[in-house]
Design a protein around this ligand. Structure first.
Ligand code: ATP
Ligand code: MG
Length: 198
């Protein structure tokens, strides 16, 4: 017996935008998922590369602000609490250890889905979850890697929005309105994020 159908939508969410939110609510609806967790990736200091990534707690705060009034979407700090570099294989195992009756669905935009073969212990991801892919403007359509994946494509409105563009908008003083929720606009202002970066 399945106890719940649980979506896992991981991201840096720096910041979370309508592309993420529209994807999460529509996949939840189409696949009749009980909940979708927006799992904020922890980015350890070892991995900070060419751009500054906002503190994990600040990114979590923005996700909380974005989904607080949306039924079925929930922020998750599971990877922040695990610390260090978290792999999806481990996150799925932890979610199944909490409740083995869950059916897991890993939600990915096409750009992220194309990177699947390079993931750590990708065979464990394949065993533990169904992959749900949505198209993303500017990204090539993703196809399942070889090897018997449970793979579902879900049609969602195509929104050409990225966190990269939103960060640049703050630097340039251009508006974020309607690309992120107004709660997220307020949160970015309060936290003073993105003012000094490209
Ligand atoms: P950045 O520009 O910093 O990489 P991003 O907008 O790509 O940010 P991420 O946090 O990297 O956002 O993405 C998390 C997940 O959301 C990934 O699976 C990504 O493919 C998906 N995603 C992001 N934006 C969209 C969008 N506009 N439409 C569909 N999926 C999206
Ligand atoms: Mg991205």
């Amino acid at each position: 017996m399945t106890s719940e159908r649980l979506g896992i939508f991981g991201g840096t969410f720096d910041p979370p935008h309508i592309g993420h939110l529209v994807t999460a609510v529509n996949v939840r609806h189409e696949l009749a998922l009980d909940r979708v967790l927006l799992v904020v990736n922890n980015v350890p200091w070892q991995k900070v590369g060419s751009r500054a990534i906002s503190a994990a707690e600040d990114r979590l705060r923005m996700v909380e602000a974005a989904v607080s009034d949306v039924p079925g979407l929930e922020p998750s700090r599971i990877e922040i609490d695990a610390g260090g570099l978290s792999y999806t294989a481990d996150t799925l195992a932890a979610l199944l250890a909490e409740d083995p009756g869950r059916e897991l669905f890993v939600i990915l935009g096409a750009d992220a889905a194309s990177g699947l073969p390079s993931w750590e212990r990708v065979d464990e991801v394949r065993e533990q979850a169904t992959v749900v892919v949505v198209e993303r403007p500017g990204a090539r359509r993703a196809t399942p890697p070889p090897g018997g994946w449970r793979w579902v494509e879900v049609e969602v409105p195509h929104l050409e929005v990225s966190s990269t563009d939103l960060r640049q908008r703050v630097v340039d003083g251009r508006p974020l309105d309607y690309l992120v929720t107004h709660e997220v606009v307020d949160c970015i202002e309060e936290l003073g994020l993105y003012r000094e970066r490209g």
